[in-house]
Write a protein that binds this ligand. Structure first.
Ligand code: ATP
Ligand code: MG
Length: 242
């Protein structure tokens, strides 16, 4: 099956500093693709490139077979790329309903947006009038996902869904992620909770020092993954020693 999202030989960074040194990554339709790797490996930067926030200076980004390298974030959003950034990207001072209304820019009716949001996350329905910033972290993450679904994306990019949340809430959110993928959406998800995400991921890519060091099913990449994290722990120990 053809790729929904494909990064090929992507080099990118900040200013004159390169962070990604030739990243190859393919997300297929309906798959949950975990992007794993130690701190500073370039995972968030990769999502930045995929969502058009960072323009690569080499390589290509394509979306459902179309070259979209260098397209701005709003064009990519309209084309079906939706990023849930670290820190969720919701409006804390607006209510749940107001947040959802802001997400109707791609043309889904507000009624449909609500129906989809509240059937996926019944808890949001109960809290529709609550100011988003006063909800729990898990509920805010549900709202971020509901907003993303409202844009009817082709591919959902999620950066550290589990950040700061209790394991039981993470499990509940992962259940939703799995259900959303089963409905046909493709999901590229960056995680630190490796063990948990591998329970729901179809495939995983391991990022190390700005390139993909391993790729495969959770079972296939287990060894590479252990080595990657061990190596990064070792680096940290070395840094402390100096
Ligand atoms: N805005 C920025 N300006 C300059 N350097 C940056 C910027 N953002 C990230 N970097 C650097 O780019 C490298 C990769 O960062 P990135 O955020 O992509 O890593 P990550 O894999 O998401 O890490 P983490 O797991 O800690 O979130 C790091 O060395 C980081 O310091
Ligand atoms: Mg990051």
């Amino acid at each position: 099956m053809s790729a929904v999202l494909e990064l090929s030989g992507v080099r990118a960074g900040y200013g004159t500093i390169d962070v990604l040194h030739g990243v190859d990554l393919v997300v297929h339709p309906g798959e949950v693709h975990a992007l794993l790797g130690p701190n500073g490996a370039g995972k968030t930067t990769t999502l930045g490139v995929a969502s058009g926030q960072i323009t690569p200076h080499a390589g290509t980004v394509s979306l459902v077979g179309r070259d979209v390298t260098g397209a701005p974030p709003d064009a990519l959003a309209r084309a079906g790329v939706c990023l849930i950034p670290e820190g969720r990207g919701i409006f804390p001072n607006l209510t749940v309903l107001e947040n959802l209304r802001m997400a109707t820019f791609t043309g889904m009716s507000f009624r449909d947006v609500q129906a989809r949001a509240f059937s996926t996350f019944p808890r949001l329905g109960e809290r529709r009038k609550q100011v988003a910033g006063t909800m729990s972290g898990g509920e805010q993450q549900m709202l971020a996902m509901a907003r993303a679904l409202a844009t009817d994306p082709a591919v959902l990019l999620i950066d550290e869904l589990s950040m700061g949340l209790a394991p039981i809430i993470v499990e509940e959110l992962y259940d939703r992620v799995r259900a959303i993928a089963a409905s046909g959406l493709s999901i590229l998800i960056v995680e630190q909770f490796v063990h948990e995400i591998l329970g729901i991921a179809d495939v995983a890519s391991i990022m190390l020092h700005g390139h993909i060091a391993g790729h495969g099913t959770p079972a296939e990449i287990a060894d590479t993954l252990a080595a990657a994290y061990l190596a990064s722990d070792q680096n940290r120990t070395d840094e402390r020693a100096h």
